[in-house]
Design a protein around this ligand. Structure first.
Ligand code: SAH
Length: 353
């Protein structure tokens, strides 16, 4: 395959260009073309001489994802189903809110983890996405929403909460986030990015050491090993105690005013009782975790899944119990459920419910 230049940092491009005998500023022009102007072909980078554009088109590529279909929810959420050059599905979701956009991107095609409540799990792991495939998801979505090369009117937040386990594609994910933070490119700073992990414990320690790192979310969804083993089999590899110790070590590296998140998928009749809310608060207290917030995600159902969301009153009661015990808790409003775009619904499905 020809190299996909969207997956290279400004420094890497400069090196490639110098090997080709091209000037450094040409590399900068290409970087700005691909990222700041969000062009997906070399032909459109018109500040380059025609001969260089032709040479690049023959030896490299500026786009490796093809949009197969796009679904638009009644709430404005858009789901993009794309394909890699070798035919694997990649899903990305655009979620507009009043004063910001959120793009939920995928780190893998499919997912190797077998979380029992998640539809993506049914695909299994198809393959890791490359750096360029991660970056191009965001480029493609922004171009669809705002037009090629047009300014984005307000800040874009990114969440690595699409298909896949980001910490099982750690290096590509971190390199992609680095490239997207470049002020000569998309300029989405790490503070606007959140990475969600199901609990790949050694990678939490590695992540904690990064100098410029995004925000962290850890999917918990249970406060006993017994329950978590059932819901998230990764818990058999790294037990709750391992995970909570890693979380505590991570908390110690937070800067002033920063917090991190635990996600808790609320499954009706399974993990949504008042006693379980108390057990969750007690778990946090046991590890002295205080700079955390809990994101409660009412389950997004799908035909192949045996779970259902709790009634809204139960969700509210769970949240109130946590708050009364001094734990900040937020309920994530489901977005794009009608087009299979909500959390845990990405399974390369065509169409809508
Ligand atoms: N693999 C990573 C990131 C992807 S999932 C992780 O597990 O964190 C993003 C969030 O959606 C996770 O917190 C996951 O637990 C949650 N989720 C999965 N399936 C869901 C469903 N059907 N309904 C609601 N949330 C779900």
């Amino acid at each position: 395959m020809m190299p996909h230049l969207t997956g290279f940092s400004r420094a890497e491009l400069a090196e490639i260009f110098s090997e080709l005998g091209e000037a450094r500023y040409r590399a900068d022009q290409v970087f700005r073309g691909l990222h700041r102007r969000r062009l997906q072909s070399f032909e459109e980078i018109t500040d380059l001489p025609k001969a260089l554009r032709e040479k690049l088109s023959e030896t490299a590529t500026a786009s490796v994802l093809k949009v197969e279909s796009k679904y638009v929810s009644t709430d404005g959420t858009r789901r993009f189903l794309m394909k890699t050059h070798d035919g694997f599905p990649v899903e990305t979701v655009y979620i507009p809110t009043e004063n910001r956009d959120t793009i939920c991107f995928s780190s893998q095609s499919g997912c190797p983890l077998k979380c029992d409540f998640c539809l993506t799990a049914k695909l299994g792991l198809l393959r890791n996405l490359t750096v360029g495939e991660i970056v191009e998801q965001i480029v493609t979505v922004l171009n669809d929403v705002y037009g090629i090369g047009e300014e984005t009117p307000h800040g874009t937040n990114l969440v690595a909460m699409g298909a896949g386990e980001p910490f099982l594609n750690f290096e590509n994910l971190i390199n992609a986030i680095d490239i997207m933070s470049d002020e000569d490119g998309l300029f989405i700073v790490p503070g606007r990015v959140t990475v969600s992990t199901a609990g790949i414990v050694p990678k939490i320690y590695e992540f904690a050491k990064l100098a410029r790192r995004p925000n962290l979310a850890i999917s918990l969804s249970a406060s006993t090993d017994e329950m978590r083993n059932l819901l998230m089999p990764i818990n058999k590899r790294w037990k709750l105690d391992d995970l909570m110790q890693a979380a505590k070590a991570f908390e110690k590296t937070l800067k002033r005013g920063e917090r991190f998140t635990f996600e808790y998928v609320l499954l009706g009749g399974v993990n949504d009782s008042i006693e379980q809310a108390r057990a969750l608060a007690a778990l946090l207290a046991r590890y002295d975790l205080v700079r955390v917030k809990i994101n409660l995600i009412p389950h997004n159902p799908a035909e192949q899944l045996d779970y259902h969301p709790p009634e809204p009153e139960r969700v509210a009661a769970f949240k109130n119990e946590l708050e009364s015990l001094g734990v900040s808790a937020y309920v994530r409003t489901p977005r794009g459920r009608d087009i299979y775009a909500a959390c845990g619904q990405l399974a390369a499905k065509a169409g809508s419910q």
